[in-house]
Design a protein. Structure first.
Length: 338
């Protein structure tokens, strides 16, 4: 029996399948007054909370390689990066709207598994898919997600609050995902390699971001979606500060060190550049470091590493290298048009 494609069941047949799957396997977030089935969805915002809204588009061939990732993991990855943005503000995700660009030959079972990936990430938060859109695409598919969340009034952590003297902390091991992608593209590792898995199925630090926000200790926070250096640069730009990083403090795992050797690159360069790891960069006062670490440790067993200090803006963004010299960097991260 041939597997069903979108050409077999059509747009409205697919909408019906998605609706049935969401009712069967999804959850109903609080506050939803109207979900899928009308011109718009609607929800009631809670008094005392600010609404957070983020969106991200994932395009085949640009952000993922269909031959190297399952539909389930693609759904997880696409939703996770939006959840990461909500968490980096200290918020809690609630409602998702999903627009898909699909091809006639796309298998129905792949779309169902894509939605199972979305739900895998949303269900633990009690968050719902409340709407979206379907269209026919050209050469590749795309996934465009708008995620709505909430945060208590006055608790959102922005990029603009860092001040000279603050400590710079980072969770986890930035650079794993970028190294995994390079290994994959150069056929130097299989999809079972831990760094390739970090690329195909990254994890967010949304719970940890919310826990940090609730301490009131973070002066600025951002997730590492554009690369450590680029995202720290966003904090420096918005906060009008500089930064001094210390290479010898960078969290470099044995896996990353081994991959850097295979790729003939310096481990600290991989750490600083492209990311897709969705870890957190946090700035706080020195006296608050242990409180921030304790809040993160409630839900995360990975490292929280002090990698530098916020400096006055005229000092720029510098790295103290292992040989004692300093290098000044331009804060460049991922750029879709370069």
């Amino acid at each position: 029996m041939m597997a069903e494609t979108l050409k077999d069941i059509g747009e409205f047949g697919l909408i019906a399948r998605i609706d049935e799957l969401l009712k069967r396997e999804g959850v109903q977030a609080p506050g939803v007054s109207l979900g899928i089935g009308d011109d718009t969805a609607s929800f009631k915002a809670r008094p005392g909370y600010e609404v957070l809204v983020t969106c991200d588009c994932v395009v085949e061939g640009r952000h993922f390689l269909s031959r190297h990732i399952s539909a389930m993991n693609l759904g997880r990855r696409s939703m996770m990066l939006n959840i990461s943005d909500i968490g980096a503000m200290g918020g809690h995700p609630l409602y998702a709207l999903i627009s898909l660009g699909l091809k006639n030959e796309t298998l129905v079972k792949d779309i169902e598994n894509l939605y199972r990936g979305f739900l895998f990430e949303l269900n633990p938060f009690g968050a719902s898919i409340i709407g979206g859109n379907l269209t026919k695409s050209g050469d590749g598919i795309f996934i465009d997600i708008t995620l709505i969340g909430e945060v208590e009034e006055g608790r959102a952590v922005r990029r603009s609050g860092a001040t000279p003297g603050d400590v710079i902390l980072v969770t986890g091991y930035p650079g794993h995902s970028a190294a995994g992608l390079q290994l994959l593209l150069q056929s130097l590792a299989s999809e079972d390699h831990p760094l390739v898995r970090a690329y195909n199925n990254p994890s967010h630090r949304a719970r940890e971001g919310r826990a940090v926000a609730l301490t009131g200790c973070a002066t600025a926070m951002i997730d590492t979606s554009d690369g450590f250096l680029g995202d720290l640069g966003h904090i420096c730009e918005e906060s009008k500060v500089g930064a001094l990083l210390v290479q010898e403090k960078f969290p470099v795992s044995p896996d990353l060190r081994e991959a850097a050797n295979i790729l003939k690159q310096a481990p600290h360069e991989i750490f600083l550049r492209d990311s897709d790891d969705y870890q957190l960069i946090i700035t706080c006062r020195p006296k608050d470091v242990e409180r921030v670490r304790s809040a993160i440790a409630l839900t995360y067993e990975g490292p929280v590493t002090e990698v530098g200090q916020v400096r006055p803006p005229e000092e720029g963004l510098r790295v103290l290298l292992a040989d004692g010299s300093e290098q000044t960097f331009l804060a460049k991260g991922w750029d879709h048009f370069r």
